[in-house]
Each structure stands twice: as structure tokens, then as C-alpha cells.
Design a protein around this ligand. Structure first.
Ligand code: SF4
Length: 256
């Protein structure tokens, strides 16, 4: 599979310390994307003033297994993120099965909008899925003109809510997308409907505040960041959103 970065993280991309593979290619084009080098499936070069970085390397299931086994003493598992990992479904599913055969804990971070999502959602031990908006107009303006993906997403996330015990919904809180009370009420209503599908009646949501940390990457790719001059939502806005979700019985926390 093609990845643009391999790294480690602690208690953010799944339980414990994770070996994480970021898969290249995404079917969304979120205009606030924090990983612009993830979107194209093609290999790209980032030209920083002091160095160049190649985003796009092939790794095999055996490579990943070998690295996970050699790091076994200090990692709790392997996480697949992106980009959208399920776009490389054949290789992703094959790798997940191989890791499972070796009892390695697997987590996945997905935007939830591909046909392969459901199979991957059942294979993974821990599943993060984004929820950006439920507003079709905003989806078309900020994420993808293919609004059929929003419907596919809705069905997929309902499936995950009903069938994956370790589901965490991640909401990026973005100016003009979901920083208003009106949009947040719609999202809270949708989250409540997901909560009712949970076998244990509990839904975990993490809010992630928009940031500008990816600006150097846009420059290194010779691209203009569409949100470059946008003021990010205040901490207070994010806290109020979390409080609204909590009032709806949702286990909501926030970062950033
Ligand atoms: S889904 Fe994630 S990786 Fe894909 S464009 Fe949106 S923010 Fe970027």
C-alpha cells in the first residue's frame, strides 16, 4: 500500500503507544485539511527551504508485520490513518488480517465514506470515524461535490455505531462549517441517533479544534491553503459544543 508517513503516537491514535501508517489518497477535499499531502494518491515532493520530503512510499503487509513485531515491546498496536485508508481496501484488509493472525491490536481512522469501510470497521479493534457535517450544502461546498458520499457516510456510521464496540467519533470544529449553534444542534441530533444504535447506549465523541499547523506543508507543495486567513474557532466555542453534546448524554471531550 502507498503511505505518505510512518510514525509513532501516544494515546491519541488508539490505546497506548501506536505505530501509525498514514495512507496516501483521499476521496474528500476538505478545505481545512491538516494533511494536504494525503489527498492525491500520487507520490508528491514537499519542498521545504531546508529539505525535501517524498510523500508516497510503498509498504507491504509483511513490512508492516515485521516492523510491528520488532516494536512489540513498546507499542500497543498498529493504527492506519490517512488520507482515507479504506481507499486502498484490498491491501489494507489483507494487512489487517495478517496483523490479527499475530494478535496485534489494530486501530483505524477513517472518514467513513467508502464501500470498503464496513468490512474494515469490523476487522479493526478500535475505530475512529470523522463526523464533519450533516448539512448537504456545506458538505458540497467544503468537502466534496459528490454529495452521494454523505449518504454513504450516514449509512456506514450507523453500521459502525451498531456493530463496532470501540467506536470514537471525531469532529473537527471548523470555522463556517460547524462552529454555529444551528449546525451544532444538527450534529448533536445526529449523534443522539447514533447513540441509540449503540449496544451499550454510550457514544464517545472527541472534538478537535481547527488549526493552521499545516500551512508550511501547503507552501512546500506550492499550494495555497484555502483556509489560510481564516480565524479558527475559539476554545470557548469548542467547549460549548462539547457541553451541548454532553447535555444529549454523549461522552464528549475536546482537544486543541
Ligand atoms: S477526510 Fe481527512 S485527509 Fe481527507 S481531505 Fe478531509 S481532512 Fe484531509
Amino acid at each position: 500500500m502507498k503511505v505518505f508517513e510512518i510514525g509513532y503516537s501516544d494515546n491519541f491514535d488508539g490505546p497506548g503507544t501506536r505505530l501509525i501508517y498514514y495512507l496516501k489518497g483521499c476521496n474528500f477535499h476538505c478545505d481545512w485539511c491538516g494533511a494536504p499531502e494525503s489527498i492525491s494518491a500520487e507520490t508528491e515532493i514537499l519542498h521545504y527551504p531546508e529539505r525535501t520530503v517524498v510523500a508516497g512510499t510503498e509498504v507491504s503487509a509483511q513490512d508492516i508485520l515485521k516492523k510491528a513485531l520488532s516494536a512489540r515491546d513498546f507499542i500497543s498496536g498498529v493504527t492506519f490513518g490517512g488520507g482515507e485508508p479504506t481507499l486502498q481496501a484490498e491491501e489494507l484488509l489483507c494487512t489487517m488480517k495478517l496483523l490479527k493472525d499475530h494478535h496485534i491490536h489494530i486501530a483505524m481512522e477513517s472518514n467513513g465514506s467508502t464501500p470498503a469501510y464496513r468490512e474494515a470497521a469490523l476487522l479493526t479493534d478500535w475505530l475512529f470515524t470523522d463526523l464533519k457535517t450533516v448539512n448537504e450544502k456545506l458538505f458540497a461546498e467544503r468537502i466534496s461535490s459528490n454529495t452521494a458520499l454523505l449518504e454513504l457516510y450516514r449509512g456506514n456510521i450507523r453500521f459502525a455505531a451498531a456493530n463496532q464496540p470501540n467506536l470514537v467519533i471525531r469532529i473537527p470544529v471548523v470555522t463556517g462549517l460547524n462552529d454555529t449553534r444551528k449546525e451544532q444542534l444538527k450534529i448533536a441530533e445526529f449523534c443522539s441517533s447514533l447513540k441509540s444504535l449503540r449496544p451499550d447506549g454510550k457514544l464517545t465523541v472527541q472534538l478537535l479544534r481547527q488549526h493552521h499547523l499545516a500551512e508550511p506543508k501547503y507552501k512546500a507543495l506550492n499550494r495555497i491553503s484555502p483556509c489560510e486567513n481564516t480565524e479558527v474557532p475559539s476554545k470557548e466555542t469548542v467547549m460549548q459544543f462539547a457541553a451541548l453534546l454532553q447535555q444529549n448524554g454523549i461522552d464528549a471531550s475536546f482537544f486543541g
